[in-house]
Design a protein around this ligand. Structure first.
Ligand SMILES: Cc1cc2nc3c(=O)[nH]c(=O)nc-3n(C[C@H](O)[C@H](O)[C@H](O)COP(=O)(O)OP(=O)(O)OC[C@H]3O[C@@H](n4cnc5c(N)ncnc54)[C@H](O)[C@@H]3O)c2cc1C
Length: 375
């Protein structure tokens, strides 16, 4: 079958690679593959640390993806001929004071109720696991199943694997995505047996059931800092989180410090205030970071839906959507790719994807389109 994928972030690239592996003829359209939100991310594969009350379906999907990651990384390394930077070192969630420690109690109970592996640790135990932690911390949780991938190495490996698997790249925006064709910005029309829309926060015109659909997607800005080790800096050896702040070390001596969550539309300005906040909070947690070399501050736009869960599937008479992966696109990518390729092949779609049908927003989508038409 001929498959056209619009959008080449971790989601579109994963789908394209897997579809090509399943014997399909795949074209991927993106003016700049891999340089969207996937380039900005931190690369945490953290379904346990990010298990929130009322988001059990998201956690279950995240765990399914997490279980797939080790073999996914092995297959990608073999197909791409390069290392995607997947490391299994667990994650520490740290409380800096007694209030934060008390706030971890219900979180821990909820994690255990969902059969997730999470262990309370004292300040001493936390520092034994991660000696770079500040002496003043109060304790925390040890999450042995939350790992990480270097998202930039991952994106590069996916591009290489796609190329080797025969995926054709078209460096142009998709203007319109219909169920059996994609029209590019320049006017070229590409016919397909299946069309997959994976354009992250951005939306081409999407046609479903003969109508133009306006999806509820909102960009949630995340500012993130990258620093590099120097011979005076003391880096942690695994991911450390505390409240909204996280510190993710890479094997090659870089470290990501994230992230803000700001509802500001399509704004990617980096601000002094956010950089100050991220640096101060991470330094309080890991004082050895003070001597690191500052490399980059950037902002990415997480693709958010009204319920913060992804949209994976078809609207009636529409293309396949693989959008709205919000905080977890890197984690979810193997599971989303498997589900989308099953949809293309007409195979059995895993049960764990069922809650993410785009049809759950069908009423809201129509209302939004009508409201826009009135203005
Ligand atoms: C600061 C920050 C930290 C994060 N940390 C993590 C983390 O630790 N773990 C995790 O799992 N997730 C994390 N995320 C979220 C994750 O990065 C996203 O969920 C993920 O990158 C979404 O991937 P995507 O492929 O859907 O979108 P993108 O990576 O944005 O890709 C979309 C692509 O579509 C292209 N495009 C847009 N419009 C068109 C068009 N009309 N036609 C063709 N192509 C088009 C763009 O050029 C882009 O390449 C983080 C995000 C941010 C901002």
């Amino acid at each position: 079958m001929k498959v056209v994928v619009a959008g080449g972030g971790v989601i579109g690239l994963s789908v394209a690679w897997q579809a090509a592996r399943h014997g399909h003829e795949v074209v991927l359209a993106d003016p700049d593959p891999g340089r969207g939100t996937s380039w900005a991310g931190a690369g945490m594969l953290a379904p346990v640390a990010e298990a929130y009350f009322g988001e059990e379906a998201i956690t279950a999907f995240g765990m399914a993806a997490s279980h797939r990651w080790e073999s996914w990384a092995d297959e990608l390394r073999a197909d791409a001929g390069s290392d995607p930077g997947y490391t299994r070192k667990g994650t520490l969630v740290i409380a800096r004071d007694h209030d934060e420690l008390a706030a971890l109690v219900p979180l821990h109970e909820m994690q255990l109720a969902q059969q997730l592996r999470a262990e309370r640790v004292s300040a001493r135990e936390a520092r034994r696991i991660e000696p770079a932690l500040a002496p003043a911390i109060c304790g925390g949780l040890w999450l042995a199943d939350d790992h990480q991938v270097d998202n930039r190495l991952y994106v590069r490996a996916l591009i290489d694997a796609c190329g080797r698997a025969g995926v054709s790249f078209v460096h142009e925006r998709a203007a319109t995505c219909a169920p059996t064709h994609v029209t590019l910005d320049g006017g070229i029309d590409m016919a397909a047996d299946a069309v997959v829309v994976a354009t992250g926060t951005w939306q081409p015109v999407i046609e479903a059931g003969g109508e133009q659909i306006d999806l509820y997607l909102r960009p949630v800005k995340g500012q993130i800092i990258r620093v590099r080790s120097t011979n005076r800096a003391v880096f942690p050896t695994r991911t450390v989180r505390s409240g909204p702040i996280y510190v993710v070390p890479r094997d090659h001596g870089e470290l990501a410090i994230g992230a803000t969550a700001e509802e500001r539309g399509f704004d990617t300005t980096v601000t002094a205030g956010a950089a100050r906040e991220l640096l101060t909070k991470s330094w309080e947690l890991l004082p050895g970071l003070a001597e690191a070399e500052l490399v980059e501050v950037m902002a990415g736009l997480r693709p958010g839906t009204p319920d913060n869960a992804p949209m994976i599937g078809r609207l009636p008479g529409g293309p396949i959507l693989a959008m709205g992966h919000f905080r977890h696109g890197i984690l979810f990518s193997p599971a989303t790719a498997a589900a989308v390729v099953a949809m293309i092949d007409g195979g059995e779609v895993p049960e764990v994807v069922a809650p993410f049908t785009p049809e759950r927003f069908a009423g809201a989508t129509t209302a939004r389109r009508q409201a826009k038409a009135r203005t």
